[in-house]
Design a binder for this molecule. Sequence first.
Ligand SMILES: NC(=O)c1ccc[n+]([C@@H]2O[C@H](COP(=O)([O-])OP(=O)(O)OC[C@H]3O[C@@H](n4cnc5c(N)ncnc54)[C@H](OP(=O)(O)O)[C@@H]3O)[C@@H](O)[C@H]2O)c1
Length: 277
Amino acid sequence: MAKIVLITGASSGIGEETVKRLMTAGYTVYAGARRLDRMKSLADAGARLLALDVTDDGSMTAAVKTVVQEAGRIDVLINNAGYGSYGALEDVPPEEARRQFDVNIFGLARLTQLVLPAMRAQRSGRIVNISSIGGKFGEAFGCWYHATKFAVEGLSDSLRMELYPFGIDVVVIQPGATHSEWSQIAHDSLIRYSGEGPYREAASAHAKMMEAGHKGSIPAPPSVVARTIVQAVQSRNPKTRYTTGGLAKTMLFIRRILSDRAFDAMFRVIERQMSKS
Ligand SMILES: NC(=O)c1ccc[n+]([C@@H]2O[C@H](COP(=O)([O-])OP(=O)(O)OC[C@H]3O[C@@H](n4cnc5c(N)ncnc54)[C@H](OP(=O)(O)O)[C@@H]3O)[C@@H](O)[C@H]2O)c1
């Protein structure tokens, strides 16, 4: 019998590619996002579409109910929906900071809460949380985004221990730079909130670095991250963390060996160099 997967953020980028690969591997995939029109080709290929907004409790409850009623079980939840809210802490309105947390962490946690009764009843299940290499280090203008991804890391470690007795595993994916809609959304928010005012110059340099970092050969195609996610889903003994995609392993290695201040200085040098290119 085909295993049942529920994945969020399936209308674009990493999520869309993951749906395709999971279907090819024989899974029954419930693909959720707000933009149903963007998932038509996935539906044509056999995915079951769910209108899903991870900031809306009713929408999440209805989505999980549909999967359980139709399929009778949920084997894998992939919490992938997320976006990058950038801008100086001083400039970002509190309501935007809350929205960032609502999408990237509270949505992930609530959806997990909703699938757990089915997984506990089965005494099996796997929760795959899409974090980022930015869950292990910070960067100027990324206070809120990185705070959410650090939260995904901490939540996932705690949850893994909590769910061990029920046979449910929790796996974290840490992508590096990846081609998707993510970088434009992050870039636009940085300019919207800090493009004027005291942070103007530094924000403009950072925006240029973000643009350069998501161009050319640095970012991985989303299929690279999707392949890693499918590996994490299929493995009999998954690792607790998978680092994947553009410069991901290199960045986390550098973060591990440098002191906090040396890492800050390295980031400033990268920003200076890349904002000129
Ligand atoms: N791209 C990178 O460089 C990179 C690096 C590290 C980590 N990541 C992480 O990877 C994940 C996927 O991002 P991506 O790169 O594939 O970006 P993307 O192309 O922008 O895709 C983001 C997905 O999240 C969905 N989403 C956003 N807000 C939502 C909401 N309120 N409710 C439900 N779905 C929502 C979007 O669908 P709708 O708008 O249709 O709802 C879209 O399908 C994110 O968690 C991101 O933080 C990305």
